[in-house]
Write a protein that binds this ligand. Structure first.
Ligand code: NG6
Ligand code: CA
Length: 505
């Protein structure tokens, strides 16, 4: 009898011990969810001062954590920013990292460090859900009806559910791991970015079939899918094609499934939203909900999505053991190629907040984006002016996990305490990338001269190009209005030299 009791006690003890060790192990490894918006501007969030639109869920997130006022994507467009986020390398060091077509090959190396690999190495389950835009496969010519490799699963994601490029580029399909979702072998997909293939209507030839017109002179007039002209031509895959109104909720559902499935173990989720990138075609429920046209409606949908994730974490009891990072891949643009009334209905909304320019621009509007961190170990109800770049996430999380800095992540800095809102300083210098390179140190910003046009008339963006050197004092002039280059030539020289040093690193 005694030995029976002893045995039972031992078993109970073992179970308790196992649970404690297990819990402790997981305690040191908070889940991480990186929610990454597409083209959301600094001024698009009410926590960042937007008054024409309210984003209650993002505001609540900011309140529960740390809101950064000086955090950046590396670049003013999507692919390069995402390349940096994944690899910890400045995209301008490498050719072929500009905005990619939908049939591009994978540009993230499979044999080097990556953000998801940092987590994988620590025993996390990793997933990407949403927009990818970093290419797929080894070459442009590929068979979309077979497994396509390498892709997200080969650069460190255990699970992927993505669309290949942008919402305005073909193929307009989801891919789960290596395969197009919902593919019918009798209706194979073909994709071409050089010339029209198949007999399907295009925006150019059949504008009467469009439910949303392309803006004049922008493109977006190739194959029509769901009443919207796209960039690039596709045929087939009729049943696999997404319906734009369902894209966001599809991604949300998949993200929530992943979270639920992994609630007992550490996970890293890269939740890559498509809002408010064009074509803005939010779920019908959100249409007309903002006063700013579909762009505003898409932002409300994005905000709601963040709220859904937070609610789920709460319900699963994961809120306290999860770090949530929210940001955007580049600054905002109002007219990016479709007549969606975002210009007419902008009502003075300043999507880039107090900053000049926006998506595509050398000015701050190009890369200074909303950046909110909350959850486990993050300072609450806090605002920080520390300089932080998304390129630092890979080294910062390696630091959190007790790893060395990934050697390949050359430009990434271990700044976990900055990420937590604890260290006030962050980076000391930062290279910005759009039309030109720019470098920032101690709030002085130097933009390399170039011959590009000053304004992109189509998108109505001040690109920040100039044939003369530009120097701004961001501490006094965050709107980059007064060029001080002639007044402070020694400052220009200092920053030029620093930039050269960075380039040759
Ligand atoms: C541009 C598209 C724009 C958008 C952008 C990429 C035209 C005229 N414009 O070429 O609509 O798709 O590429 O955006 O085609 S990003 O956020 O993915 O970088
Ligand atoms: Ca983008």
């Amino acid at each position: 009898m005694n030995s029976f009791i002893a045995k039972i006690s031992m078993m109970v003890l073992t179970i308790i011990c196992f649970h404690t060790v297990y819990a402790q192990k997981n305690k040191a490894k908070p889940n991480v969810i990186l929610i990454y918006a597409d083209d959301l501007g600094y001024g698009d969030v009410s926590a960042y001062g937007a008054s024409k639109i309210q984003t209650p869920h993002l505001d609540a997130l900011a309140k529960s954590g740390t809101r950064f006022t000086n955090a950046h994507s590396t670049s003013a467009t999507c692919t390069p920013s995402r390349f940096a986020l994944m690899t910890g390398n400045y995209p301008w060091r490498q050719k072929g990292t500009g905005v990619l077509p939908g049939d591009a090959k994978l540009i993230v190396p499979t044999d080097k460090a990556s953000l998801p690999k940092v987590f994988k190495q620590a025993g996390y389950q990793t997933a990407v859900v949403g927009k990818w835009h970093l290419g797929l496969g080894n070459q442009v010519e590929k068979n979309w009806n077979e497994d396509i490799k390498p892709g997200p699963n080969e650069v460190g994601f255990d699970y992927s559910f993505i669309f290949p490029a942008t919402a305005d580029r073909v193929p307009t399909v989801f891919m789960e791991n290596h395969r197009v979702v919902g593919l019918d072998p009798k209706d194979p997909i073909r994709v071409n970015y050089q010339e029209k293939i198949g007999n399907e209507p295009t925006g150019k030839e059949n504008p009467e079939l469009l439910k949303m017109k392309a803006s004049p002179n922008h493109g977006h007039n190739n194959t029509i899918v769901n009443g919207i002209g796209r960039i690039g031509f596709m045929e087939g895959g009729t049943k696999a094609r997404w319906v734009d109104e369902e894209v966001s909720t599809t991604f949300l559902q998949v993200a929530q499934d992943f979270i639920k499935k992994n609630k007992q173990q550490p996970f890293f989720l890269f939740f890559s939203l498509t809002e408010p990138h064009v074509p803005r075609m939010p779920a019908t429920f959100f249409k007309g909900k903002s006063e700013l046209g579909y762009r505003g409606d898409a932002i409300l949908q994005l905000d709601w999505t963040v709220g859904q994730i937070m609610e789920q974490l709460e319900l699963l009891g994961l809120r306290d053991n999860t770090i949530i990072v929210f940001s955007s891949d580049n600054g905002p643009v109002i007219d990016d190629g479709y007549e969606d009334e975002s210009v007419e209905k902008s009502h003075g909304h300043e999507a880039a907040g107090p900053f000049r320019g926006g998506k595509y621009s050398n000015f701050e509007g190009g890369t200074r984006v909303p950046f909110i961190v909350a959850g486990k170990g993050i300072k609450k109800n806090h605002v920080t002016d520390a300089l932080y770049s998304q390129i630092d996430l890979i080294a910062s999380f390696a630091e959190m996990l007790g790893q060395d800095k990934p050697q390949d992540a050359k430009d990434s800095e271990m700044l976990f305490s900055t990420l937590q809102g604890k260290d006030k300083n962050g980076r000391s210098i930062y290279v910005q990338h759009a039309q030109s390179l720019a470098i920032v140190k101690d709030n002085w910003k130097y933009i390399v001269p170039n011959n590009g046009r000053a304004i992109n008339k189509q998108t109505n963006t001040e690109l920040g190009n100039s044939q003369v050197p530009q120097l701004y004092n961001l501490a006094e002039d965050q709107g980059e209005r007064v060029n001080l280059a002639e007044k402070y030539p020694e400052k220009v020289k200092e920053l030029q030299d620093l930039l050269e040093k960075e380039k040759n690193k």
